[in-house]
Write a protein that binds this ligand. Structure first.
Ligand SMILES: Nc1ncnc2c1ncn2[C@@H]1O[C@H](COP(=O)(O)OP(=O)(O)OP(=O)(O)O)[C@@H](O)[C@H]1O
Ligand SMILES: [Mg+2]
Length: 257
């Protein structure tokens, strides 16, 4: 599905958090959302996912959800949110339990996403037996098991060390290559944005306003090739220049509180 945001605004009481945010994400594309801490990124994701009620502007989705979609807007959070007493397969099945699926369909979907996420050999393991990277693979498997139309990812790799993050980025690229799910991806990590996004939406400090939309024209599946390294580094530098000043001011404001 295509996602279109028009002049979206939001305030918590009298604290304005988002102001006139407009951008769109085409079907199958990934938009990264970056901006200083507290500028309203998670708020925007929650508005799109319907966890918060819209106040100003419009958020629309166009097109049909993918076949078999059980939950059009599906979140993946930083902290994995797995049930510790359930196995890997049990945690993934959880997302399917409130839907009308036969046992065979459910087991089939669980097996399929576990395989896609490199977890086939860990179906019976408990979360505590897994590394952080594997736990987040479970979180991702659980999200894609419902065949979402739009994936809403809020700093999904932030809790992981740098090497694990690299591995999961490669996994995400291959998952997206197969599933082509429209994705909104919040991150503080510019390398993630540059590696994964078709567009990077840069927000200003609070109240978050649209500062710039930076398009990345290199196909996501080709970004690890050395011939693109210089161009991607330039994009990284451009993004850093854009958010550096905002981040510095936001930082000082936080210290003043
Ligand atoms: N439920 C709430 N009630 C009041 N204020 C809130 C609430 N949730 C968030 N805020 C405030 O709204 C602002 C935006 O919060 P939000 O979590 O959307 O920012 P963010 O860009 O995701 O930040 P971070 O990068 O730190 O995750 C912050 O100043 C935050 O303190
Ligand atoms: Mg946040």
């Amino acid at each position: 599905m295509q996602l279109v945001l028009e002049e979206v605004g939001y305030a918590y009481g009298d604290l304005p958090v988002l102001d006139k945010i407009s951008f769109s994400v085409a079907e199958g594309e990934t938009a990264a959302l970056i901006g200083p801490s507290g500028c309203g990124k998670s708020t925007l994701l929650n508005l799109v996912g319907g966890l918060l009620q819209q106040q100003r502007g419009r958020i629309a989705s166009h097109g049909a959800p993918p076949p078999g979609c059980l939950n059009p807007f599906t979140f993946v959070f930083q902290d994995f949110a797995l049930l510790p007493w359930r196995s890997v397969a049990g945690n993934v099945a959880l997302a399917l339990e409130h839907h009308r699926l036969s046992r065979a369909e459910r087991d089939g979907r669980v097996a399929e996403v576990l395989k896609l996420c490199g977890l086939a050999d860990f179906a019976d393991a408990l979360p505590k037996q897994l590394s952080g990277g594997m736990r987040q693979r479970v979180g991702i498997a659980r999200a894609i098991a419902v065949k979402p139309a739009v994936l809403l990812m809020d700093e999904p790799l932030s809790a992981l060390d740098a090497q694990t993050r690299e591995l999961l980025m490669e996994d995400l690229v291959s998952i997206w290559g197969r599933e082509r799910t429209t994705t909104l991806y919040v991150t503080h990590n510019l390398a993630e944005a540059v590696r994964l996004a078709d567009h990077v939406v840069v927000l200003s400090r609070r109240p978050g306003r649209l500062k710039k939309i930076v398009g990345i024209n290199i196909p996501v599946s080709e970004r690890s090739k050395p011939e693109h390294a210089a161009e991607l580094q330039n994009l990284h530098d451009e993004l850093w220049t854009l958010i550096k000043a905002e981040a510095q001011v936001a930082d000082r404001e936080m210290l003043d509180v």
